[in-house]
Design a protein around this ligand. Sequence first.
Ligand code: C2E
Ligand code: MG
Ligand code: MG
Ligand code: MG
Length: 280
Amino acid sequence: HLAKEQGAEVKRFSKGMTTIAREKLVLESDLRKGLERGEFFLEYQPKMSVETGGILGMEALVRWNHPLRGPVPPGEFIPLAEESGLIVPLGEWVLHEACRQNKAWQDKGYDPLCMSINLSIRQFRQPRLAEQIGHMLDTIGLDPQYVELEITESMTVDKDAAFEQLKRFKQLGVHISIDDFGTGYSSLHYLKNMPIDRLKIDRSFVSEVMSGESDAAIVSTIASMAHHLKLKVTAEGVENEEQLAFLRTQRCHEAQGFLFSRPVPADRFEDLFLRQKKLG
Ligand code: C2E
Ligand code: MG
Ligand code: MG
Ligand code: MG
């Protein structure tokens, strides 16, 4: 009797599993098709100077407009793309599109700014990535100083491999930042030794700086450590003036968040450029 019940349980369980697995497979194959059909596009979020309020650069964020489901958030499809390996062609497309757009803006006469691009772990582990990016920048005609690659702490767990890769990026002349800083595994030792340029303080700390004493202490400590290590520091997820004022007291260089702008498509980003020109 019990065995029978357990059998039914197993059956229900595996049925549930296959449904999830099947859904994943469908979404994966949709991802593949979406890449071929050009369903992906980029939005850009400005990075602002905490001191002057001017635009210092922008971060490219990938978007997927699924033909049936509508917009699928990157938090959903990036892990899937990572798992299936599709992140490699998708990531290549993102890199190319973001750099192409940045060059196009420069050609239009806007002040040259640094474009931040997120890398995923599978991309980062490709030994030839730096070389490929180098070729791509040559082809596009974009100066590497206008590119910043964002990696996360978890990508540096394999210290030696990460160090080699980051060195190749440095030789290429692009900048490197650690995204979502404070949420992952981080050793102070690697901060001292890895050739990085910037820490991006994770949104989860920034959002609580006015309400949680410990978050304020964390943000303040990261900022001060960054200064001592001669690293730049960006705060992500800045949503109100109080948070910005706090960041100013901590001599944070750069801020990103809904207070300034949500991520917007390329044409709307140009409005920000134009608005800035009028102000400046
Ligand atoms: P991230 O790189 O840390 O990007 C910041 C995320 O925070 C973005 O979410 C952005 O829309 C959101 N954000 C910015 N300011 C605020 C704010 O003031 N308040 C709140 N609540 N949110 C804010 P998004 O676009 O959904 O991206 C989520 C994550 O997906 C990114 O986190 C990044 O890890 C990943 N991602 C996005 N685009 C790419 C890509 O092209 N390649 C890779 N590998 N990952 C990407
Ligand atoms: Mg990022
Ligand atoms: Mg981030
Ligand atoms: Mg984040």
